[in-house]
Design a protein around this ligand. Structure first.
Ligand code: RBF
Ligand code: MG
Length: 317
């Protein structure tokens, strides 16, 4: 895995591996899908507090998404596990606990969660939470419960300052808002919330094998798993491969010029012609260019793709 390491982040995926409590743990807990600017601000608050008390900054997150275990499917993800961990690591957090969210875990009482796990096992001295944070079975734990326990047991409860922060415009950052933008194809509006472009990742799979031979624009096709898919259409993108990063155009949808009604996500890389089949690629969604169209000839489709490429080159320049 390509970890963007900053400091010496340690990833722990099993609580049994923790034999002794961390030294003065400053903890935050959440799903953190997207690791957006609000989450990033929260992590910086954790790091700052840890530095102040000479302690350890700890992020606890869950995999899979709790909603996926507790019923529904859970929302489509902005960041799947590997990217989420990379992004949290990049903020400078010391320890990431990425715990399997099971039914047993969901059944732990709020009191036991705080006393036995957070304080007892992890050595919590401070926790940073949002005002709407709930935890423990049936969501019986909330900010009040946490503050009371803090007084009783002796740890500090800090509330996340980004949530109410209207001055720098951080107040409206939410994973839900980002998902809406992506679903609407407004990917160019996501960086102000994410601090980066929305990225999808996948292994290159077999496509229809006609892009190169019939159209003159070979494409690498990827499949998504649990990941949020941008609105169908044509996009200017950049693609990260084992051979480096390239400008590219993408098409998401059913290619209505053809009648097979097969959904694909395809990228045509500019200035690159090697076979990417079976390799993993990352596609940064920069800007949506247009809707997919049905063309009456391959020649017209090719001509439109040439125009798309021309426009993409300008946008990506
Ligand atoms: N197929 C369509 O039927 N209509 C389109 O508007 C369309 N636009 C595309 C734009 C780009 C930049 C690319 C790379 C592909 C596009 N395709 C479109 C998909 C094309 O039909 C597909 O790559 C080939 O059929 C191979 O699967
Ligand atoms: Mg293809």
């Amino acid at each position: 895995m390509l970890l963007i390491e900053k400091g010496n982040m340690e990833l722990i995926e099993d609580l049994k591996l923790i034999k002794t409590p961390f030294h003065k743990a400053v903890i935050t807990i959440g799903n953190f899908d997207g690791v957006h600017k609000g989450h990033q601000a929260l992590f910086h608050q954790v790091i700052e507090k840890a530095e102040e008390i000479n302690g350890t900054s700890v992020v606890i997150t869950f995999e899979p998404h709790p909603l996926k275990v507790l019923g529904n499917n859970g929302p489509p993800l902005i960041t799947r596990k590997d990217q989420k961990i990379e992004l949290i690591s990049a903020t400078g957090i010391d320890k990431i606990l990425c715990l399997p969210f099971t039914r047993e875990f969901a059944a732990i009482s709020a009191q036991s969660f705080i006393k036995d796990l957070l304080v007892g096992k992890l050595g919590m001295k401070a926790i940073v939470v949002g005002s709407d944070y709930t935890f423990g079975r049936n969501r019986e734990g909330d900010l009040d419960v946490m503050q009371k326990a803090g007084k009783d047991i002796g740890f500090e409860v800090l509330t996340a300052n980004w949530i109410n922060d209207t001055e720098n415009g951080l107040e409206r950052i939410s994973s839900t808002r980002i998902r809406e933008l992506v679903v609407e194809g407004r990917v160019d509006e996501t960086p102000k919330f994410l601090g980066r472009f929305y990225q999808i990742r996948g292994k290159v799979v077999k496509g229809r094998a006609r892009g190169g031979s019939k159209l003159g624009f070979p494409t690498a096709n990827i499949k998504l798993h649990d990941e949020l898919c941008p609105k169908n259409g044509v996009y200017a993108v950049t693609v990260e491969t084992e051979a480096g990063k390239f400008k590219a155009v993408a098409n998401i949808g059913y290619s209505p010029t053809f009648d097979d009604h097969i959904f694909t996500i395809e990228v045509h890389l500019l200035d690159f012609s090697k076979d990417l089949y079976n390799t993993r690629i990352r596609v940064n969604m920069i800007k949506r260019l247009r809707d997919e169209k049905r063309f009456s000839s391959l020649e017209e489709l090719s001509q439109q793709i040439r125009k798309d490429i021309h426009l993409a080159r300008k946008i990506l320049a």
